[in-house]
Design a protein around this ligand. Structure first.
Ligand code: ADP
Ligand code: NI
Length: 209
């Protein structure tokens, strides 16, 4: 089932150019398995949820409902235990950052997959993803006249309209303090520092220093 699901997701997301392509999924699955081992979480549920987590993403579908339909279409075909299916759906439904407005993950499996996804938004690859995403939606790299919005509502967060550099302050630099598991926190600390140094340097160069 894992192999088949991988092939499905690979086909669905291979041409995606906003930073949620197959290789993002691949990295999240790899990190999920590492964290699941450290936290003794259920590997099967974690891997299925990691593989499928971006399939219903609102940004990659015409609507939230269309996204869920795409996910259910796949899950309906699988000989899954009812309990596992519900668990996988629960995890995927609560994954998103949503401006920090989603409730905390209930299970260790959910915490692990969410951490793995968040770790891909912190560090060297995260810097690249942020600029790729901004280019994809037509945002500027930086504009000192566009203010950073603190504590956005879910609505404001969804509506976007920012710059790539502002996104570091609006989300990416906040993720470190929203990591669930000790194994992921250690990785997040180091990646966060790297990203913070990058942003500091960006401003120094911007100011001609
Ligand atoms: P989630 O679904 O967990 O909220 P997203 O899919 O919104 O995560 O974001 C995934 C990655 O896409 C982010 O970590 C970031 O790198 C990039 N991204 C999302 N929104 C923006 C934005 N407004 N500006 C720049 N990058 C963004
Ligand atoms: Ni993701």
């Amino acid at each position: 089932m894992l192999d088949k699901t991988e092939a499905f997701v690979r086909t669905e997301l291979s041409g995606e150019t906003s930073g949620h392509d197959w290789w993002h999924i691949h990295r999240v699955v790899q990190m999920t398995r590492r964290l699941a081992a450290a936290e003794q979480a259920d590997l099967f549920v974690c891997t299925m949820a990691a593989l499928l987590h971006d399939i219903p993403d609102e940004k990659l579908n015409v609507s939230k409902e269309a996204g869920m339909e795409r996910l259910n279409y796949w899950l309906d075909e699988q000989p899954l235990e009812q309990q596992d299916r519900e668990h996988i759906l629960e995890i995927i439904g609560n994954m998103s950052y949503n401006g920090g407005n989603n409730p905390p993950m209930r299970t260790i499996e959910g915490q692990v997959v969410q951490d793995a996804d968040r770790l891909d938004a912190i560090g060297a690859i995260a810097i690249a993803r942020c600029f790729v995403y901004a280019g994809h939606v037509g945002d500027l790299m930086y504009d000192p006249e566009v203010p950073v919005r603190e504590n956005m509502t879910a609505e404001e967060y969804r509506n976007g309209q920012s710059t790539a550099i502002n996104h570091f302050h609006e989300k990416l630099l906040k993720l470190k303090d929203r990591i669930n598991t000790p194994a992921a926190r250690e990785i997040a600390e180091e990646r966060h520092q790297y990203m913070q140094d990058y942003v500091d340097r960006f401003y120094r160069e911007w100011n001609g220093i």
